[in-house]
Design a protein around this ligand. Structure first.
Ligand code: C5P
Length: 278
């Protein structure tokens, strides 16, 4: 049995890509599979945590057992969902405690849509006012203890998605893009008491860039992989990581040798539990 290092902790995890609409039928996205975030959700549940998993884009993975899953598309919606989950103001309608193998999140999703008539607006810090992605109506006010950002958030989105399908009448066209909010930095800076974990994919100078992000985004811990290696990362089932900590923990960096994302996730969940207990 797994040591219950995260017993009674509430963990919010972002996973997968984000999808940024160009028009009603087209979007900008990336190849993130969501595997690392889903593996972490499983590992945190096994370590005793209560887990809310915010999946961006169209992650085609089954919802892990005993995990509350919230599906969003864009970075803006992911930020709203993350803020509400961290503050504990998301809706109970998102609860999904069905079996991991039955794609029950699809049903949960349909169920949600039937409750999504009430529109709310929120100022998430991205500069625009916009509707919430789901029906966030029932307030629980149970704040999260840990926030883990594994999502591969699109760096840019279209300024405005075209309301109708864009026609191929012109020989050339330009897309105007605007920077997306940094979900991890926004959440971290707004919640100094939250234990915040970031991920980074680097191709060189892994430690220097990782420590830079640790400081810039006010993280407690960052896990990095070297994506110049073909055998790990993104769609791969394997990963290898270096973990760095905020100076306040006086913890040395940890190297996790190449292993399945499930094994890496178990190790990361233990490391988070040990660090919080310090
Ligand atoms: O700055 P960079 O994109 O390399 O940072 C990666 C980390 O920041 C990951 O943990 C990722 O989930 C998070 N991130 C985010 N929102 C963004 C960009 C990155 O949460 N817009």
């Amino acid at each position: 049995t797994t040591p219950q290092l995260l017993a009674s902790k509430r963990v919010v995890i972002t996973a997968g890509p984000t999808v940024e609409a160009i028009d009603p039928v087209r979007y900008l996205s990336n190849h993130s599979s969501g595997k690392m975030g889903f593996a972490l959700a499983r590992a945190c549940v096994a370590a005793g945590a209560e887990v809310i998993l915010i999946a961006g884009g169209k992650v085609a993975l089954p919802t892990p057992l005993n995990v509350t899953r919230i599906d969003v598309l864009s970075a803006k919606d992911m930020l709203i969902a993350a803020q509400q989950c961290v503050d504990g103001t998301h809706s109970e309608l998102q609860l999904d405690l069905e079996d991991e193998h039955d794609h029950s999140h699809e049903h949960a999703h349909e169920h949600n849509h039937s409750h999504t008539h009430e529109h709310h607006h929120s100022d998430c810090g991205c500069g625009d006012e916009h509707e919430l992605p789901q029906a966030y109506t029932e307030h629980q006010f149970v704040k999260a203890d840990i926030f883990i950002a594994t999502a591969a958030v699109a760096d840019y989105r279209t300024i405005d998605a075209a309301p109708q399908k864009i026609k191929k009448t012109q020989d050339a066209m330009n897309l105007s893009l605007v920077k997306n909010p940094d979900i991890l930095a926004t959440i971290s800076l707004a919640h100094p008491e939250l234990f915040v974990v970031g991920f980074a994919a680097e191709t060189q100078d892994v430690e220097r860039y990782a420590r830079g992000k640790l400081a810039a985004k006010a993280l407690d811990m960052i896990a990095c992989n070297d994506v110049s290696r073909a055998d790990i990362g993104f769609a791969s089932d394997d990963n290898a990581m270096q973990v760095f900590f905020s100076e306040r923990y006086e913890r040395d960096a940890i190297t996790l040798d190449k292993a399945s994302k499930d094994k890496i996730a178990e190790q990361l969940a233990s490391i988070i539990g040990e660090t919080i207990a310090q």
